[in-house]
Design a binder for this molecule. Structure first.
Ligand code: NAP
Length: 492
């Protein structure tokens, strides 16, 4: 957000105001945004939670979150008592079904006291099981109707399969028009993800070769070195397909594969993205590799396997690793495999896309012993060390014809200061009413429709030791298409 956009006075209701997401992300980024825009008085934060915190208890939580985020609360300009008293509020709502009227009264009281025009944001920072009751309560009390604008922000996961996503969309649309709904996939808020469109559409050198007759395969990896920690309750019912593939990785595929939008606005872009998902053919069972980590060595430390993690059933078949192949059946991508891979307890935390180009059609160099050329590759690193590397072949100096792979590179760290937090970008867009970086109803349903069948398949779960790049079956899946992961490539 830049100061050319004025922040309109509004109330920012955070359902789940005492939760982890609110503390770690929402409060600090809201505060940074409002301070940068000189608009602290324009936003009234109303935390809603089941606990009896009171306004003062809640203000303490908010203050602690600022301290944890390294924001300067001791400075009067940053944390002034009057700002805190006037603009941070809390409403207990122990029972969503019965206490809707109290919340509605409180919202209207705040709006009246501070002469707010009725602009409202409802942010559901809640466990998904609490989404339906909260949406119904907002609707029952008529809070979705106001003289100002009203926006609903829904955290991920949006449904656990196609039926539940449809049901949730149906409920949301009972009270809100799609133009008021902001479904979060925080990957879309990352600078590096937004840059995928700029890389393609602001650089003809790339866009002109972004097609099947130039590109041989596309590899996407989101790897994590951590295990599941204390999140067994969530992860056991989710697994890697729901946790990473259906949302984040599929969003990356749509941005990589979409056609140039007619305009760079929310609906034009989202129209193109959903077309990509709808063009993906049914995923074949023998093109899906599921895995589960066993005990292994990570950075010289022995770590336990998934089945020994706290809260995991001894016979759990939840996959902690997935590698699958997508085929996009359209003019641009026919025949180009997109390999998606994600896993826990892999050697390092990394989000990377590799665009592998075709090799030259003939081996021209070295008349007696033809020299094998490596394919050109564009390696886009979304985290850590954001940037990209273009790999190409050069002749090694000397009489003999020998080729070597060299690279051109770009690192964000060399050119820019620290990248903004994804949540800061997303919240700024919600406040401005820009839906470009949010997932539309039809897109979320198309994505579930694609993955639902494999969630229902009885596929083998291959073990892989913690600290490895997954089961060997994953390498075999790529080898069938004559390609391979660039696991050892670790650019400087
Ligand atoms: N934490 C993250 O980093 C993160 C990242 C990405 C997405 N998300 C998503 O953000 C949402 C919130 O995550 P979180 O980690 O903040 O969760 P959390 O800490 O477990 O809980 C969030 C809030 O939900 C309230 N709550 C819990 N159960 C409820 C119920 N049945 N009815 C009404 N309120 C209930 C809690 O209120 P009380 O404490 O007052 O009971 C708490 O304030 C989830 O959808 C999650 O998937 C979180």
């Amino acid at each position: 957000m830049t100061s050319e956009h004025e922040i309109e006075p509004h109330i920012f209701v955070i359902h789940g105001g005492s939760g982890d997401l609110a503390r770690r992300k929402l409060f600090p980024v809201l505060y940074q945004l409002l301070t940068e825009e000189g608009a602290k008085g324009s936003c009234h934060i109303l935390g809603v939670g089941r606990q009896d915190l009171g306004d003062d208890g809640f203000r303490e939580i908010v203050k602690e979150s600022f301290i944890e985020a390294g924001l300067p609360v001791d400075d009067d300009d940053s944390w002034s008592d009057s700002w805190c008293r006037d603009c941070i509020h809390y409403q207990q709502m122990a029972d969503i079904d019965r206490e809707g009227p109290a919340l509605a009264l409180r919202i209207r009281e705040i709006e009246e006291t501070y002469s707010l025009p009725g602009n409202r944001i409802f942010y559901l920072a809640l466990p998904p099981r609490a989404f339906p009751g909260t949406i119904r309560s907002i609707g029952r009390e008529g809070l979705n109707n106001s003289p100002g604008w009203v926006r609903l922000v829904v955290e991920k996961p949006f449904g656990t399969d196609l039926d539940s996503a449809r049901e949730l969309n149906h409920l949301v649309h009972e009270y809100f028009d799609e133009s008021q709904v902001y479904r979060i996939d925080h990957y879309l808020g990352k600078e590096t993800v937004q840059n995928l469109s700029v890389l393609r559409f602001a650089n003809t050198v790339f866009e002109s070769i972004w097609k099947r007759d130039r590109i041989r395969s596309v590899h996407l990896t989101v790897s994590e070195s951590l295990g599941i920690g204390q999140r067994a309750g969530y992860y056991e019912s989710s697994g890697a397909i729901r946790d990473m593939i259906q949302n984040h990785l599929t969003q990356l595929v749509t941005l990589l594969a979409m056609e140039p939008p007619a305009r760079f606005d929310a609906d034009s872009i989202r129209n193109e993205k959903v077309k990509v998902v709808r063009s993906i053919t049914a995923i074949k069972p023998d093109e899906v590799v599921l895995g589960q980590y066993t005990a292994g060595d990570m950075d010289d430390e022995q770590v336990q396997g998934y089945l020994s993690e706290n809260g995991v059933a001894a016979d759990s078949t939840t996959p902690t690793f997935v590698n699958l192949k997508l085929a996009i059946d359209n003019w641009r991508w026919k025949g180009v495999p997109f390999f998606l891979r994600t896993g826990k307890r892999m050697p390092r935390r990394m989000t990377r896309i590799v665009i592998e180009f075709h090799r030259p059609p003939i081996a021209m160099f070295g008349s007696r012993n033809p020299v094998e050329t490596n394919p050109n590759r564009l390696v886009i690193t979304l985290q850590p060390d954001e940037g990209f590397h273009l790999l190409f072949e050069v002749k090694e100096p000397g009489d003999e014809m020998r080729l070597r792979t060299e690279e051109l590179h770009f690192h964000y760290r060399d050119s820019f200061e620290a990248l903004p937090d994804a949540y800061k970008t997303l919240i700024a867009d919600v406040i401005q009413g820009d839906q470009t970086l949010f997932v539309r109803a039809d897109e979320v349903e198309a994505s579930w429709a694609l993955y639902d069948p494999i969630l229902e398949m009885d596929l083998p779960i291959h073990p892989y030791p913690a600290g490895s790049w997954g089961p060997p079956e994953s390498d075999e899946l790529l080898a069938r298409d004559g390609t391979a992961w660039m696991n050892d490539y670790d650019p400087e």
